[in-house]
Design a protein around this ligand. Structure first.
Ligand code: URA
Length: 243
């Protein structure tokens, strides 16, 4: 990417260029690309296991799947939602971004990541040269949990077959799980996000490479971690270029 353009993107992320201590700004090409840190065996993430009711939506094409999601009453969230939030983006996308669940604004508009966190997600994508329109964005849950509470294990298990079928149809080159809840549900682990980031995981039977990073809502609350998120994004971009 053109260095000036990249600087603009970093500015959009509110990340200044790295400085060599007591010196001039380091060229962005000199920013080290993070490498996967070996994790001690006891902390390794278990291999992704097939989801118990995986395959439940197998065979559904995009319109059929969208209709099934819109009509879903598998869990109690169907009685509190305004509408389902299927996902948005290119059906030819190489990148699949997966968040946790719709919030209030997403529930109102029927589109994922449209609030303040969504603005930051768009900036994060732009920072690695991607537009919102060329990726696909979805959530682990298609309905908003009341009060934005965490999804329950049952809700996630009931809803995941929809995401699995979205993945089967999309065949993304790479998945980016944003936030602990998305990463832990997709990888079926309770390992902390801190330990899951900066490693290449694989999702499901198709073994799509999956990178975990911070949720943009968390980054809005903790801007000091934006730098780590930037490292994760570069790492994901590098992994995507390799597959
Ligand atoms: N947070 C998420 O995880 N997903 C959304 O769609 C919006 C906010």
């Amino acid at each position: 990417m053109n260095p000036a353009l990249r600087r603009d993107y970093l500015a959009a992320l509110k990340l200044e260029a790295w400085l060599v201590r007591g010196s001039i700004a380091a060229p962005l090409s000199a920013v080290p690309v993070p490498v996967a840190v070996p994790v001690p065996p006891a902390e390794r993430v278990p291999a992704a296991v097939p989801i118990a009711n995986g395959g439940r939506e197998e065979g559904a094409d995009w319109p059929e799947l969208r209709a099934r999601v819109a009509a879903c009453t598998r869990c109690a969230l169907s009685s509190t939602r305004t509408q389902t939030v299927f996902g948005v983006g290119s059906l030819q996308a190489q990148w699949l971004i997966v968040g946790e669940a719709p919030g209030a604004e997403e529930d109102r508009q029927g589109e994922p990541f449209v609030g303040r966190a969504g603005q930051l997600l768009n900036s994060m994508l732009r920072a690695i040269g991607l537009s919102r329109e060329e990726v696909f964005i979805a959530n682990v849950l298609k309905c908003r949990p009341p009060g934005n509470r965490d999804p329950t294990a049952t809700e996630a298990a009931e809803c995941l077959p929809y995401l699995e079928q979205q993945i089967a149809l999309l065949k993304p080159k790479i998945m980016l799980a944003v936030g602990r809840i998305a990463a832990q549900n997709l990888l079926r682990t309770d390992v902390t996000l801190g330990r899951l980031r900066q490693q290449v995981h694989h999702f499901g039977v198709s073994k799509v490479p999956l990178i975990a990073t911070y949720h943009p809502a968390y980054l809005l609350r903790t801007p000091t971690d934006k730098r780590k998120a930037w490292e994760d994004l570069k790492f994901a971009r590098e992994v995507c270029a390799r597959v």
